[in-house]
Design a protein around this ligand. Sequence first.
Ligand SMILES: [Zn+2]
Ligand SMILES: [Zn+2]
Length: 353
Amino acid sequence: MKSYQLKNLNVTNSIFLIASPIIAVLGTAWWLSQDGFSWGIVLMTIIFYYATGMGITVGYHRLFAHRSYKTNGFVKAILLIFGGCALQNSALKWCNDHRVHHGKVDTEQDPYNINEGFFYAHMGWILLQEDIENYKFSKDLLNDPLIMLQHKFYLPMIIFFSFIFPGFLGHVLFDSFLGGFFVAGFLRVVIVHHFTFFINSLCHMLGNRPYDKKQTARDSWVMALFTFGEGYHNFHHTFQSDYRNGIKFYHYDPTKWAIKSLSLLGLAHSLKVTKQEIILEKQIRASLESIEKSSTLSERLDEKIAYLKDEFNQIIQDIHRSGQENKEALTNRMQEIILELREITSQVQVVHA
Ligand SMILES: [Zn+2]
Ligand SMILES: [Zn+2]
């Protein structure tokens, strides 16, 4: 277990993470007492909330860490400014940590290893000093001039865009510097902090694992609501370069919608999408694995699974050789197999109960 002794703490991070919620509450009270409540300030806070939270998910996460699409320098610059305003470090540092998280997930080298507990994965790791500082997983980012510019001027940039700029907007638009500075600034930072920290904590604890049961990342639509669509985290850890996390059209994934909108406007291209048959194959393998682990299978179910498994293996062989038309029939059959396996899983659970 990591120990939170004074000598192990990262002083700047610890002071900010502890002081910012207190400043946010006191500052909000001060705003209310001085300027009075205003819907304009609330609206501005919501806009800053989405812009900076999605600066992290659209920019830091899916563009810079995973290269799941390409865009131009203008969009990159905007994403680096807003992502920076979420106050989660420079994109270079954030992406390097995140790439290590994917490569070493659930091990001691995972910077936010969930096996150290909820608090550590959520924010404890940020309070502690890191052993080494190197960017060996981010050679591409070290060669990106915009990323390096943001890294170099990170501190003055966030002080201006995260606090002074909303304060100035609050003053000009709603005659309230305090509202802009403390509510759209501090209070918004604290909310974005903890909602995006959930991706590293609760998204490795709550939900199910349809694609890969060997690691802790989970899919949960409830978590997606709080994390700008990153709650489909088992899918993401399995297919990390896909620009989507929620793959069904109705999955709440505003990050995916934003990237798709950018591409429709001609501002993004080369969006990476995992082939459907590869997703289905993973899903069937994960299901078969967990059913086979159950010791309570009846002879009848055993036979049925053996039959489905043979058919599935045949489909996998065929799919690589077949044309598009045939492929559709085969993926449809794979979808049916998933439903049949789901049915079997529910029966196995009944036997368990
Ligand atoms: Zn994760
Ligand atoms: Zn990721």
